[in-house]
Design a protein around this ligand. Structure first.
Ligand code: G
Ligand code: G
Ligand code: MN
Ligand code: NA
Length: 252
């Protein structure tokens, strides 16, 4: 209850921040970022999204928070472009509540228009459970795709879902869940699972990014498997915009 009241104030008092985690190709070039919301509570410090997002989903505040994240991420990405940096997409997580908003397409459209960001530089992340459970997944996804934005399947392989959605839904990219990367060399079948997801993505003409890459060994394995992209602590945690800019500068 206290958290709920705090969330309302947080929106009004601008206590949310968006951090950005670099995404790299297998040559180590920066090819995008994932926007991750943080709540900087005046007394309690950073409260992680895993704590407050479920509450915000319960009380409906996820919609205004999510719209704010979307607008902020589009604006930040456009600002990087205006600095003269190579344009790369920013990836934004959607909650099922946002995905089910009847005016989601308009919200996305206005975030793009207000920021001046071209749709191809926005990627929306949905999860398998959202794809399977949302009221009108297919129609919504096609409308979003018609805007020109990209759609990726987050936490791939962990949802309770059937693979048939891969044929039905217009998805551009699979994000291999970090649990598979973590277990790569720990579980007997770890390497087979990751290799199979990468191969399947490519057979389906999807690109594939591995999340939670922390070690050189994991990176090397993913390279051998021809995984397209990686994100994870090996390169960088999520960063504030200024730190992200510095990370980018150091790569170039
Ligand atoms: O680093 P991390 O603690 O940011 O994220 C924890 C979880 O919170 C992840 O599952 C991530 O997808 C989710 N998350 C982070 N930012 C957002 C956001 O802006 N919107 C939604 N819906 N989920 C987010
Ligand atoms: O569910 P989603 O994939 O959106 O969540 C991304 C989450 O993973 C964020 O909480 C982010 O901070 C976290 N994360 C990003 N890179 C790593 C990593 O290399 N290791 C671990 N353990 N977590 C990571
Ligand atoms: Mn994500
Ligand atoms: Na994920």
């Amino acid at each position: 209850l206290e958290l709920e009241k705090g969330l309302r104030e947080a929106l009004e008092r601008e206590q949310f921040e968006v951090h950005y985690q670099p995404q790299l190709d297998m040559f180590g070039n920066l090819i995008g970022s994932e926007a991750l919301v943080r709540w900087r509570h005046p007394e309690r410090g950073y409260i992680p999204p895993g704590v407050f997002i479920p509450v915000a989903e319960e009380n409906g505040l996820i919609n205004p928070i999510g719209s704010w994240v979307l607008r902020t991420a589009c604006r930040q990405n456009r600002a990087w472009q205006l600095e003269g940096r190579a344009p790369v997409p920013v990836s934004v997580n959607l909650s099922i509540k946002q995905f089910e908003q009847p005016n989601l397409v308009e919200i996305v459209q206005s975030a793009l228009a207000d920021s001046g960001l071209t749709p191809q530089y926005l990627e929306l992340e949905i999860t398998e459970s959202m794809a399977m459970n949302a009221a009108a997944t297919e129609g919504t996804l096609y409308l979003l795709k018609a805007l020109g934005v990209k759609v990726s399947m987050d936490d791939f392989g962990t949802g309770y879902s059937s693979l048939s959605y891969l044929n039905r839904f217009p998805i551009d990219k699979l994000k291999i869940d970090q649990s598979f990367v973590r277990d790569l060399f720990k579980e007997e079948s770890g390497a087979s699972i990751v290799a199979t997801i990468v191969a399947m993505a490519h057979h389906l003409k999807l690109s594939v990014i591995a999340e939670g890459v922390e070690t050189r060994e994991q990176l090397e394995f993913l390279r051998e498997q021809k995984c397209d992209q990686v994100q994870g602590y090996y390169y960088s945690p999520p960063l504030k915009p200024e730190a992200f800019s510095r990370f980018w500068d150091e790569l170039e």
